[in-house]
Design a protein around this ligand. Structure first.
Ligand SMILES: [Zn+2]
Length: 244
C-alpha cells in the first residue's frame, strides 16, 4: 500500500485522474516489466501505442526550430525517491515557452542508462524536465549526461540523495534547474509519450543536442539508490518525424 501511494504521487502532476486504487504495480524487469505494462491493467493500454517514448533519434528532418525561452527561477524544493526514479519537485513560477505557449516546470528526474538515444548512442544518465501547460498538455525537456568531469548542479543535489524508496528531503535553498542545461540550447523535437505507465501519448519531447558532463562517481551514486536500471527499452518510431 505504501508503495502504491508513492507511485501515485509521482504520477499526480502528469496524470491527475489516476488514483491509488487504479494503480497497478510495475517495474523494469520480469512479469511487471516494460514488455508487459500494457497488459497489467486497462489504464496502461497506451503503453502498446504507436507514438511511444523512448526512441532512437535519427533520420532527422531539417527544421527551423524556434529558440526555447526558459523563464526558470530557483524552485526545486524537495528531492524524493519513489522507487522508480529520484525526482526533484519544483515550485510554481518557472516555465518554458514552446510555440508561444507557456509550459510550467513541475518536476525533474533521472534515468540510468539513458532512455532515448541520439544516432544510436546511449548515455549513462538522462534528465527529464517535465512541464505542463494550463490545459495539462505535457512537454518534456531532456538532457543527456556524458561521463567526464563532475557535474556541479548534480553535486549539490546528490548531497541530499534520498537513499531509500519513500525518502523525501527538503532542498534549502531551492535548486535552479537551468543549471543542468548545456549553454547551447539547440534541440531535437518529436512527439511521444510518458516513458512510464500509464504511457500517456501527446507529449512534446525536446531533446538537447549537446550533452553535459557527469562523473562516474555521480552515476554510481544514482545507480546505487535505484538498485536496478530504470530505462524503458527503445520504442518504434512508426510514422513520426524527428525534427532537428
Ligand atoms: Zn522520465
Amino acid at each position: 500500500m505504501k508503495k502504491n501511494l508513492f507511485c501515485a504521487a509521482m504520477l499526480l502532476t502528469s496524470f491527475s485522474a489516476f488514483t491509488a486504487e487504479q494503480h497497478a504495480h510495475w517495474g523494469y524487469s520480469g512479469e511487471t516489466g516494460p514488455e508487459n505494462w500494457a497488459k497489467l491493467t486497462p489504464e496502461f493500454g497506451a503503453c502498446a501505442g504507436k507514438n511511444q517514448t523512448p526512441v532512437n533519434l535519427d533520420g532527422f528532418i531539417k527544421a527551423e526550430l524556434k529558440p526555447l525561452k526558459f523563464n526558470y527561477k530557483a524552485g526545486g524544493s524537495q528531492i524524493l525517491n519513489n522507487g522508480h526514479t529520484v525526482q526533484v519537485v519544483y515550485d510554481a513560477g518557472s516555465n518554458v515557452v514552446i510555440d508561444g505557449v507557456e509550459y510550467a516546470l513541475k518536476q525533474f528526474h533521472f534515468h540510468a542508462p539513458s532512455e532515448n538515444q541520439i544516432k544510436g548512442e546511449s548515455y549513462p544518465l538522462e534528465g527529464h524536465f517535465v512541464h505542463a501547460d494550463k490545459d495539462g498538455n505535457l512537454a518534456v525537456v531532456t538532457v543527456m549526461f556524458k561521463e567526464g568531469h563532475a557535474n556541479e548542479a548534480l553535486e549539490s543535489l546528490w548531497t541530499h540523495m534520498p537513499a531509500k524508496e519513500g525518502d523525501k528531503i527538503a532542498l534549502s535553498p531551492a535548486n535552479n534547474a537551468l543549471k543542468f542545461f548545456p549553454k547551447d540550447h539547440a534541440y531535437y523535437r518529436f512527439n511521444g509519450s510518458l516513458t512510464t505507465p500509464p504511457c500517456t501519448e501527446g507529449v512534446r519531447w525536446i531533446v538537447m543536442k549537446k550533452p553535459v558532463f557527469v562523473s562516474k562517481a555521480q552515476i554510481d551514486a544514482f545507480k546505487k539508490v535505484m538498485v536496478h536500471a530504470n530505462n524503458r527499452p527503445l520504442q518504434p518510431i512508426n510514422a513520426r518525424e524527428i525534427l532537428g
